[in-house]
Design a protein around this ligand. Structure first.
Ligand SMILES: [Zn+2]
Length: 483
């Protein structure tokens, strides 16, 4: 998922939906328009001194960029295991493999922490137009959706651009399949159709809901992702359709063709399954109980290979501590890498980490999540609640990454797996990357290794490793004032 965008833009939801139109979706400034224009508070001067870290940073960057280990590991994960939905044997095989390899790497305290996860299965599924033009349509069921009866649901489609149009139609959608053809504004805004579309249509008596994929571009690639039901509404099946199918149905609708569809889905929940968060550390030399936490989520959707989302983010965290160990760089504090389970359809891994480590939450100096793809790194996003002195110090440390243009400290960072820690006061950050093409492939069959550029992945490792090492090794602390 991409939590930072979601949080950043939730405040602009109503405004942006009002702006939604086909023209706007093609307009590259739409995303910029939707960004909140908060005036940043003036920062106090940094209290950290980075000159003593320049040599280590240069070594880390050099080693990361001349190693093919991260890419080789990601290739093994994606090609030998493939996608890793919670409850799948693929995910459990990947977890076993990671534990074995981490021990072979000689990392400290390698362990699995058990987590029970939801087990949703897709089963067979299809969508076809019955009349006026019989044809198969590209679709992908949304995660957590209920299935249809075995014979499917056959009904007339009615297409809306947004929730306002749905509300105007009201009871006219009763007995029909509501199709949301909402153009992509940005992930945080447009994902509301995926999350809430089914229940809001069910409120007016719709029998199923189809959602235009949450993406700016499409080559007939449907995008799945989690949806959730309003407990006060009937549960109706819901699936993603491609932009091409959404536009096709829109034209049919607008011409008065009354397209009739048949949706078949076998989707269902099985009993919760056992899974685990995978943890490995580089133990600190002086204050091992203090922790810099880095990580990504090891589960993925059940399509593609989960390469960018979020196999790459996991490999970045893992390779960060392996590389530091290889370089003999032992920081004062512990760097702990976590491969969280079940981010995509439950966040049980992030919650379980928080609950299992309640006693040491105050010892978490910084928590960084890498879950925006492993494209060219730009720096880090910090949560809005980050204390100004910490922000100033992280901005200073990020200067060590200026040589690879990864020194930007942005607003609105964080992540869904570290969310529970952040709510308890831990400073949260996200590894920020050039997200231009992330949502082209996000949650699709096309999130595969070939979309990962080995050099960009290595740059992500370098960026994470320089930041994690420096913060973990500071002689005073990240939050220290006026020294
Ligand atoms: Zn993700």
């Amino acid at each position: 998922m991409r939590y930072s965008k979601l949080v950043a833009l939730i405040a602009t939801l109503i405004f942006s939906i009002a702006l939604t139109s086909r023209a706007q979706a093609q307009n590259p400034t739409a995303q910029a328009l939707a960004s909140p224009a908060a005036t940043p508070a003036p920062l106090p001067p940094p209290t950290v001194k980075i000159d003593g870290y320049r040599a280590a940073a240069a070594r880390i960057i050099g080693a990361a960029l001349t190693s093919d280990r991260a890419y080789a590991r990601l290739a093994h994960l994606t090609d030998h295991t493939g996608n890793r939905l919670s409850g799948s044997t693929n995910l459990e095989r990947a977890i076993e493999w990671a534990l074995t390899e981490m021990k072979r790497d000689g990392l400290d305290n390698v362990r699995a922490e058990k987590v029970m996860v939801p087990h949703w299965v897709r089963g067979e599924e299809s969508l076809e137009m019955m009349t006026p033009v019989p044809r198969k349509l590209q679709m992908l069921g949304l995660g957590n959706s209920v299935g249809t009866p075995p014979e499917g649901i056959s009904a007339e489609a009615i297409v809306v651009h947004n929730f306002a149009e749905l509300d105007r139609l009201g009871e006219q959608v009763r007995g029909k399949i509501v199709v949301y053809n909402a153009p992509f504004v940005n992930y945080g805004v447009t994902v509301s159709y995926r999350l809430q579309g089914a229940s809001r249509a069910a409120h007016y008596g719709a029998v199923a809901a189809l959602v235009r994929s949450i993406t700016p571009v499409s080559l007939q690639t449907p995008h799945t992702g989690a949806m959730s039901y309003d407990p006060n509404q009937p549960k109706i099946p819901t699936a993603a359709i491609t932009i091409e199918v959404a536009e096709f149905l829109q034209r049919m609708n607008d011409r008065g063709d009354h397209p009739r569809l048949r949706l078949k889905m076998e989707a269902k929940f099985l009993p919760d399954a056992e899974s685990a968060n995978v943890i490995a550390e580089l133990r600190g030399s002086e204050r091992p109980d203090e922790i810099v936490l880095i990580g990504g989520h090891f589960d993925s959707w059940d399509v593609g290979q989960g390469a960018h989302d979020d196999g790459g983010g996991c490999i970045v965290a893992w390779e960060t501590i392996r590389l530091l160990k290889e370089l003999g760089l032992k920081p004062r504090r512990t760097i702990r890498a976590v491969l969280y389970t079940n981010e995509e359809n439950g966040t049980r891994g992030g919650n379980a980490y928080h609950d299992a480590h309640r006693a040491e939450i105050a010892k978490h100096i910084l928590a960084i999540e890498s879950d925006s793809g492993v494209y060219r790194p730009e720096g880090f996003g910090l949560a809005a609640t980050t204390p100004l002195q910490v922000r100033s110090n992280l901005q200073e440390i990020a200067k060590l990454l200026a040589g690879i243009a990864a020194d930007n400290i942005a607003e609105n960072g964080g992540g869904s797996d570290i969310g529970p820690l952040m709510r308890d006061g831990v400073v949260g950050a996200s590894l920020d990357v050039d997200g231009t093409h992330y949502f082209d492939i996000h949650h699709t069959q096309a999130d595969t290794l070939d979309k990962v550029n080995p050099r960009e992945l290595a740059l992500c490792v370098a960026t994470m490793a320089v930041m994690a090492y420096t913060v973990a090794d500071l002689p005073v602390s990240l939050a220290a004032e006026g020294r």
